[in-house]
Design a protein around this ligand. Structure first.
Ligand code: F6P
Length: 486
């Protein structure tokens, strides 16, 4: 099988370059080994004839990386517009932040159609396409319109919200109907999968049976594939990273004081404001923790041209400065706040240095930082993960200290508990999390999805196998009893 993987952002083939976002970093090692062609945006735009996409192709492990210049006339409407100002807020249950014009939707569809045309040059008879994330919800339908009959799968890295929230997206019916051209749609959690199926049944009035939606495109299977990491590799990286100059300097600067770490893209879904308020409250209520623990918050800027992101950047910076102004001393800074990205080889060492990992998004598809923090720990003296119950990772990492990121007081208390947790409890919690990570690695995620894609395409034409009845009286398939692939 010739696999073609597609995502908006692709990882650089150059080792140790900082990578923004979990998707690119997670996919790199598995795509490299699989021999797939990985196609995505070059980050550049190009004017002119959209019918002749320009791709820069380089070797990537056993396969190749193809980076396309996207059409200049549509890039803004696609990326800053529809993808990140309509879909992203809706997918993270922030319907109040949805902003999209008719032109944005047109541009989004144009870029999906452009990508479909570009993919034709990589198609072989035994190809399968695996499309990643919300930038390309309609790419499968565009490929089908061009006559592609090969298996096409889709994986959503973000959450999928309730019907009422997703219905706030302009053209939601048109778009989600187009998604049903995929043979297989993968979600991070059972709740996401269930929300999607419930929308198909209630809003599109389609028959849904045992995780399969029947539409004019045929059968589409929806299933759960929680994304993992390579914990062993990350643990090795963390061990090595302890001698990296950045990590050594950090350790020296701590003077025996404890460290909590947060690593996020600067995004309103990550809960940075509430997290910083929780630290402020902790230091106010428990002054013995002043000079005893500080926070290293790495917040990598992203999507800065979008108003909501520009506002957030200003808001977080002001809050950090206020908190440092109140609690700081001439020789002590409570929050070290950095607006840049780090390569994984350094991040692994920073995670291992910190006694507490704080991952407190308001909504998150999975959050691989949580998994990486756990994998990076020293087994003899592991740190404690404080994790939002609204991150997909909380389903697996249930021995972390789970918090409600809207409850600032409880978060402040939980962070303090994490800081003083005895070694025996830390080890018990960490070992249980490591066992989960080892049971669901990124390699298994990749293999499971590809196996399921092949299975579901085999079923695709067998419409007659499904009894098509009026959808309303059907009980919605419970994701718990449906096909679940790990
Ligand atoms: O699923 C979320 C995602 O696509 C991940 O790659 C990453 O978390 C983020 O979005 C990347 O965002 P951007 O490429 O817009 O910086």
């Amino acid at each position: 099988m010739n696999l073609v993987v597609v995502s908006n952002r692709v990882a650089s083939a150059k080792p140790n370059e900082p990578m923004t976002g979990g998707l690119a970093a997670a996919l790199l090692p598995v795509v490299e080994k699989s021999g797939a062609i990985w196609v995505g945006s070059s980050g550049r735009v190009r004017d002119g004839n959209l019918k002749e996409p320009f791709a820069e192709i380089e070797a990537l492990g056993a396969g190749a990386l193809a980076m396309l210049d996207l059409p200049a006339a549509h890039y803004g409407g696609y990326y800053e517009g529809f993808a990140n100002s309509a879909l992203w807020p809706a997918l993270h249950s922030r319907a109040d932040l949805i902003r999209a014009s008719q032109e944005d939707y047109v541009s989004y569809r144009e870029v999906n159609a452009f990508m479909a045309r570009a993919l034709l040059r990589f198609r072989k008879q035994d190809s399968a396409f695996w499309i990643q994330d919300y930038h390309f919800l309609a790419l499968g339908a565009e490929l089908r319109d061009l006559g592609v009959t090969q298996p096409i799968g889709f994986f959503l890295h973000t959450p999928w919200p309730t019907r009422s929230v997703i219905s706030g997206v302009p053209h939601h019916r048109d778009l989600i109907e187009a998604m049903l051209a995929y043979d297989l749609i993968g979600f991070q959690t059972e709740e996401d999968c269930e929300n999607f199926l419930s929308y198909a049944q209630a809003e599109l009035k389609l028959a849904v049976h045992d995780g399969v939606v029947v539409s004019r495109h045929g059968r589409t299977r929806a299933a759960v594939f929680p994304i993992g990491i390579d914990p062993q590799k990350f643990a090795r990286q963390a061990g090595k990273a302890m001698t990296h100059p950045d990590v050594s300097r950090l350790r020296r600067s701590l003077n025996g004081e404890k460290l909590a770490i947060g690593v996020d893209r600067l995004d309103y879904s990550k809960g940075l404001i509430n997290r910083i308020k929780a630290f402020d409250r902790m230091w106010t209520q428990q002054p013995q923790l002043l000079r005893a623990v500080s926070l290293l918050q790495i917040a990598t800027p992203s999507r800065g041209a979008i108003e909501a992101y520009g506002n957030l950047q200003g808001e977080v910076a002001k809050l950090v400065s206020d908190v440092n102004g109140i609690h700081g001393e001439v020789d002590w800074t409570p929050i070290r706040y950095l607006n840049k990205g780090y390569g994984q080889a350094v991040l692994a060492g920073l995670y291992r240095t910190a006694q507490v990992g704080v991952v407190t998004p308001l909504q998150d598809g999975m959050n691989l930082v949580a998994k990486e923090y756990v994998a990076a720990q020293n087994p003899a003296d592991p740190g404690v993960l404080v994790l939002s119950k609204f991150a997909g990772a909380a389903n697996e990492l249930d021995t972390a200290l789970l918090v409600n990121p809207h409850d600032i007081d409880a978060m402040a208390q939980t962070i303090a508990t994490a800081i003083s947790m005895p070694l025996t409890e830390r080890r018990m919690r960490w070992e249980a999390m490591m066992t989960k990570l080892q049971g669901h690695t990124i390699q298994q995620w990749f293999g499971d999805f590809i196996d399921a894609l092949q299975d579901s395409q085999r079923d695709k034409g067998r419409l007659d196998a499904v009894v098509v009845e009026p959808p309303a009286p059907w009980p919605l398939r419970s994701a718990r009893t449906s096909g679940r692939y790990h």
